[in-house]
Design a protein around this ligand. Sequence first.
Ligand code: HEM
Ligand code: HEM
Length: 182
Amino acid sequence: MTHLHSPSSAAIEGEANVYSKPRILLHWLSAAVILWATFSGFGVALLDANHPFRQWVESFNPQITSLFIPFFAWRLWLAIKAAPHLRHNTQERLASAAHMALYAAISGVLITGILMMTHPVTLIALITLPQLIHSNVALLGLHQLHHVLCAVLAGLVALHLAAVVMHQVRGKSVLGRMLPNG
Ligand code: HEM
Ligand code: HEM
């Protein structure tokens, strides 16, 4: 489809979608945090509950993902400001809907994560996030919801990576748009 575009419309399309430096930086920071939390979170479930690496991951991950929240909020703000709903091209709209689904899943995972904590979280010995929910039934439900949303997020990330590869194979480099000199 894209190869039918005239050079001028391709140029306009490209120009409209160049990501700013902060958005590029925030994208790669998010990718690192989310891929780490997903692989390590699901990965340590295979280890014994008392395994030192599992215990380290379960104490480190809530801290790193909580610290990530302000960066995610900044990123979400920049994405909303870019007004993707104003796009007219169908393919652009589809990509934008997929990106919004990623943002929704990340928001859900962060909110359930914070709410499900059974003890306060001390962030790099500076700030302490209190335990917010004390009802055991609610905590169990939140744990299950966090688990399901993490799986949904992992599925969306897999689709996202498949889309990047698919575009690359078809000869339309979208990766370049997420690189500082792209
Ligand atoms: C980037 C966002 C996050 C991702 C991708 C993520 C991912 C995961 C994954 C994959 C698991 C394992 C799920 C399971 O086996 O049931 C998990 C468990 C958990 N997460 Fe998150 N998480 C995120 C944010 C948070 C936040 C913000 C907190 C709390 C401040 C948190 C607290 C927890 C806790 C307490 C567990 C359960 C560990 C256990 O079983 O004892 N997560 N997370
Ligand atoms: C190594 C892994 C990753 C690669 C290679 C990658 C690549 C890309 C590329 C090339 C784009 C630009 C697409 C375009 O505009 O045509 C993009 C955008 C985007 N990516 Fe990724 N990505 C990765 C991981 C992730 C992860 C883990 C997430 C979050 C769960 C994510 C969320 C997004 C979002 C929301 C956008 C839309 C642009 C924005 O709002 O900043 N990506 N990615």
